[in-house]
Ligand binder design. Structure first.
Ligand code: NAD
Ligand code: UGA
Length: 460
């Protein structure tokens, strides 16, 4: 079937950029992205492109090129479903916060609601595409909901997981390493493959069975996160042995079997997916009674939590075992550079540990607002919103955040942090002035020559 009308449910970090690129590369297809969140849709429709709900390099240009031509943002979910031949489900699948599987399993209620919505509205045959990251065998549940409506509508369910990373989403979408399509119906698979074939070379479009596709997504994220936890584990050993983790990473990464990517030691990985997807993998393994498999993958999360805690402890120990009443300047709050996304950012947890020790924190992040920082901390429920508001605030400039601070903690690797006038910053801080570089982006010798006491990850 040649597709001319697509609906995507979920206008988030995946739905927005993915559909924008599909629309750009397929001008003959009408793409409508729908969401229940009116504010988010309004932001996508904003004439001021700096107000788009997601910051992603290159995204605004594509939205400008396609919006209201063949790309539309709307809250009219039913009519968009009705008009589409192919419907992508791109809603959030967070870790469950209640009931069975709390803290581990993926919460599939939003996905199920989409399936029910499609089942209710559809009057003719549809291809339903799982774009959200889902536990293996979810397609079975979606199919069961769709097939039990009593209507004669035929549904084909495909799995088409998304591998984009935030901050590089547009590049990842324009030049994907691979596009993965899992399904039963060869015809449905080819309908989707044709859309990608507008710009993705044929040999990069993989067709698999639906279960391999679902499981490959969780596995890919688990492998990527595992590399970070592996190098972070080595970073702690480096600190004891005077080895340098960046040198070790370079040395092992030059082995072509290991490769150089994803070996950057850090304060810990964040983001909405690595932790969620590994917890989900662990939960699935346990549900099949595969304890050794579950324990193996769980260790990736345990090590990541340890890395964040260890970073905070190091700040406290170095500042003479107390940070009470001391100002600590945070550079960065987003979970990585070039995004305004803060979900599961290491900064949130390090801040929470330091606030427990009564530190006062000033944060500068080029893309994150004061309200977002407060909301992230309030979500943890460690202390009241008023207490958080008194202890932590966002600064408009880096100099404001660091003036009279006892220490700087670099939490995100934004490029601009390396270009600052660090001499001027040093002069404005309390002495001795400490830098805790959670991303190893500054030059140790330069910082020490200025006068800082400089500590980084995996270097003595
Ligand atoms: P998100 O929270 O940014 O966006 C999800 C959107 O879905 C929200 O705007 C929400 O309002 C909307 N929504 C929820 N239920 C709805 C419903 N019933 N009807 C209409 N809209 C509804 O999430 P995201 O980061 O885009 O992630 C979506 C999925 O993609 C997740 O499964 C995630 O694991 C996966 N994924 C994310 C990334 C990433 O970089 N963020 C990358 C690959 C895969
Ligand atoms: C990750 C995957 O890279 C994507 O392929 C996947 O589609 C996505 O998850 C998802 O399923 O959501 P993302 O979380 O956006 O993408 O960003 P990454 O570049 O993977 O970074 C994740 C975290 O790991 C960040 O906090 C980053 O700073 C950290 N990281 C990354 C390191 O600490 N060291 C590294 O070497 C690489």
């Amino acid at each position: 079937m040649k597709i001319t009308n697509i609906c995507c449910i979920g206008a988030g970090y995946v739905g927005g950029p993915t559909m924008a690129v599909i629309a750009k590369k397929n001008p003959h297809i009408k793409v409508t992205i729908v969401d229940i969140n009116q504010t988010r849709i309004d932001a996508w429709n904003s004439t001021d492109l700096s107000k788009l709900p997601i910051y992603e390099p290159g995204l605004a240009d594509i939205v400008k090129e396609t919006r209201n031509k063949n790309l539309f943002f709307s809250t009219a979910i039913d009519s968009a479903i009705d008009g589409a031949e192919m419907i992508f489900i791109s809603v959030n699948t967070p870790t469950k916060t209640y009931g069975k599987g709390k803290g581990m399993a993926a919460d599939l209620k939003y996905v199920e609601l989409c399936a029910r919505n499609i089942a209710e509205v559809a009057k003719n045959d549809k291809i339903v595409v799982e774009k959200s990251t889902l536990p293996v065998r979810t397609a079975e549940a979606i199919k069961s909901i769709l097939d039990n409506t009593g209507s004669n509508v035929k549904f084909n369910v495909l799995s088409n997981p998304e591998f984009l990373a935030e901050g590089t989403a547009i590049q990842d979408l324009l030049k994907p390493d691979r596009v993965l399509i899992g399904g039963e119906s060869a015809k449905a698979i080819e309908s989707l493959a044709q859309i990608y074939a507008s710009w993705v070379p044929e040999n990069r479009i993989l067709r698999t069975n639906v279960w391999s596709s679902e499981l490959s997504k969780l596995t890919a994220n688990a492998f990527l996160a595992q590399r970070i936890s592996s190098i972070n584990a080595i970073s702690e050993l480096c600190e004891k042995t005077e080895a340098n983790v960046d040198e070790v990473a370079k040395a092992i990464g030059m082995d072509s079997r290991i490769g150089p990517k994803f070996l950057k030691s850090s304060v810990g990985f964040g983001g909405s997916c690595f932790q969620k997807d590994i917890l989900n993998l662990v939960y699935i393994a346990r549900s099949y009674n595969l304890q050794a498999v579950a324990d193996y993958w769980e260790q990736v999360i345990i090590l990541n939590n340890h890395q964040k805690q260890r970073f905070a402890n190091n700040i406290i120990n170095t500042l003479y075992n107390t940070v009470s009443g001391k100002k600590i300047g945070f550079l960065g709050w987003a979970f990585k550079k070039n995004t305004n996304d803060t979900r599961e950012s290491a900064a949130i947890y390090v801040a929470d540990y330091l606030l427990n020790e009564q530190a006062c924190i000033a944060v500068y992040d080029p893309k994150v607002s004061h309200d977002k920082i407060q909301a992230d901390l309030n979500y943890l429920n460690t202390r009241s919103a008023d207490e958080n508001n008194n202890l932590i605030h966002a600064s408009k400039t880096p100099l404001d955040a660091l003036k009279d601070a006892h220490a700087v903690a670099i939490m995100t690797e934004w490029d601009e942090f390396t270009t600052y006038d660090w001499k001027k910053i040093y002069q404005s801080m309390k002495k001795p002035a400490f830098i805790f570089d959670g991303r190893n982006i500054l030059n140790k010798t330069e910082m020490e020559n200025i006068g800082f006491t400089y500590t980084s990850i995996g270097q003595k």
